[in-house]
Design a protein around this ligand. Structure first.
Ligand code: 4AD
Ligand code: MG
Length: 431
């Protein structure tokens, strides 16, 4: 008999098949048992009718525990009442392994309890839907950049210098010297852009940030494109096209997952309309001050400020040209202003905060060298990076999109901890 996955049911309507599955839930009466089956690919219903099967099979169906694993044999049928659209009429069940007292029952559980059981919580339909959206965003990223001729480059995870803020570095021993876990692949991506023109990376990054918010992870994954011969305005166009493409791809390929998450698809559709608005940091400060926010020019925005600004738009918004003093050393100075840099943060709507940070890079050797020293960094560690300005320096720009911020926003999830399979948080490295 053919062994199939639940997700392929529609190709097997009317056929007798075998499916390996877990019991997600169950309800039964004297005459009929409904098993909610999941096999990893999807969830659907198995129906066992007492009058149509051996008594043994019906009794077994009624006695199955949540998360016990089984082989079921039956016929696939259309099921117009369910959103999934198909079900299996079961004729036989073989128990593979019995699960006793599965901790995550269908009732409500507290967050700490679910986090302690993250390895099991991942099996629930909501987490399943979020992981599918995460996967689609990764898949669409490769598609978007490959279609545009970008080359995927893998920067190192163990590094000898800081790419962003030196206070947020994870230090580790590297034989007889110190090394750091990568905060960003950017500096290496700049080297790669001078070799291959347009490149992108996708990998884990680490920030020893003592932030305990619904937007911060200690370990998160970032997509970092870097483009030679591209100025900052051109980079903004790539950024908005990329984000719109990700939203479009999720709408197209994760319809069922969005239903499970009860995400408003009409709202998501608006995010595919380009361009996204651009406002300057100066304008943002003015807007905040007019509305009684206690901010002065030169300060970074926190999440209440970002949320307030984002509320004025029905799409993501770029805030451009932040003060130089609050941004990293590598950003290029504005040609007409000493105090701001050619950079932008893309702020997501609905209070999801910054999803992209990017800039044009300083391409002048002397200026960059001075910035490195002024930032209190050790120039020796950056000689290789300065080489990129010694040998054929060109205007170039790039940006980083935080995968989990994107997943949290698109799936409409409250907290970033659900956007990654095993979140690393300030007070948590278990499981
Ligand atoms: O703004 P960030 O720090 O920029 C960089 O690292 C640049 N080197 C990127 C580049 O130009 N190649 O981080 C980029 C994005 C943020 O916009 C946010 O989406 C995400 O990474 N991010 C985090 N996500 C989860 N937890 C954290 N602690 C994050 N810090 C940044
Ligand atoms: Mg940033």
């Amino acid at each position: 008999m053919k062994k199939i996955q639940i997700i392929d049911s529609k190709k097997h309507v009317g056929e007798r098949v075998t499916i390996g599955a877990w019991i997600a839930n169950k309800r039964s009466s004297g005459k009929i048992a409904f098993l909610s089956l999941r096999d990893g690919s999807a969830f659907f219903q198995g129906v066992v009718v007492k009058s149509e099967v051996d008594e043994k099979v019906f009794d077994q169906a009624k006695s199955l525990n949540q998360e016990s694993s089984v082989w079921v044999v039956g016929t696939i049928q259309e099921d117009s009442r369910s959103k999934f659209g198909y079900e299996i009429h079961i004729e036989d069940i073989e128990l593979i392994s019995e699960a006793i007292d599965y901790p995550i029952t269908p009732k409500e559980h507290g967050t700490e309890f679910l986090m302690d059981n993250r390895h099991l919580w991942l099996r629930s339909s909501k987490q399943h839907a979020i992981m599918q959206i995460r996967n689609e965003i990764i898949r669409a990223t490769y598609e978007f950049y490959n279609n545009k001729g970008f080359v995927k480059i893998d920067p190192p995870i163990l590094t000898g210098n800081a790419a962003e803020n030196t206070t947020e570095l994870f230090q580790t021993r590297y034989f007889d010297r110190d090394a750091f876990l990568s905060q960003s692949g950017q500096l290496y991506m700049e080297a790669a852009a001078s070799a291959l023109g347009r490149v992108f990376s996708f990998g884990p990054t680490f920030r020893a940030e003592k932030s305990k918010t619904r937007r911060h992870l200690i370990e998160f994954w970032m997509m970092e494109p870097e483009m030679a011969f591209m100025n900052h305005d051109e980079s903004l166009e790539i950024q908005e096209q990329y984000v719109a493409y990700l939203v479009e791809s999720v709408l197209k390929n994760c319809d069922h997952a969005l239903d499970i998450l009860e995400r408003d698809k009409e709202l998501l559709k608006k995010y595919t309309e380009l361009p996204y608005p651009r406002i300057s940091y100066d304008e943002a400060v003015e807007m905040l001050q007019k509305n009684d926010f206690d901010v002065t020019w030169g300060e970074d925005f926190g999440s209440p400020e970002e949320t307030f600004i984002a509320k004025h738009y029905d799409k993501p918004v770029f805030i451009v040209n932040y003060p130089k003093a609050i941004k990293p050393f590598y950003m290029k100075k504005h040609p007409e202003r000493e105090d701001v840099v050619l950079c932008a943060d893309m702020i997501a709507p609905e209070g999801y905060g910054e999803i992209i940070g990017g800039s044009e890079r300083e391409d002048d050797y002397e200026t960059l060298r001075k910035e490195i020293i002024d930032f209190g960094l050790n120039v020796d560690d950056y000689e290789w990076y300065l080489d990129l300005r010694r040998y054929g320096s060109v205007p170039h720009s790039g940006f980083g999109l935080g995968l989990e911020r994107m997943v949290t926003w698109i799936s409409g999830t409250e907290h970033i901890r659900e956007a990654i399979p095993f979140p690393r948080l300030l007070n948590r490295i278990y499981p």
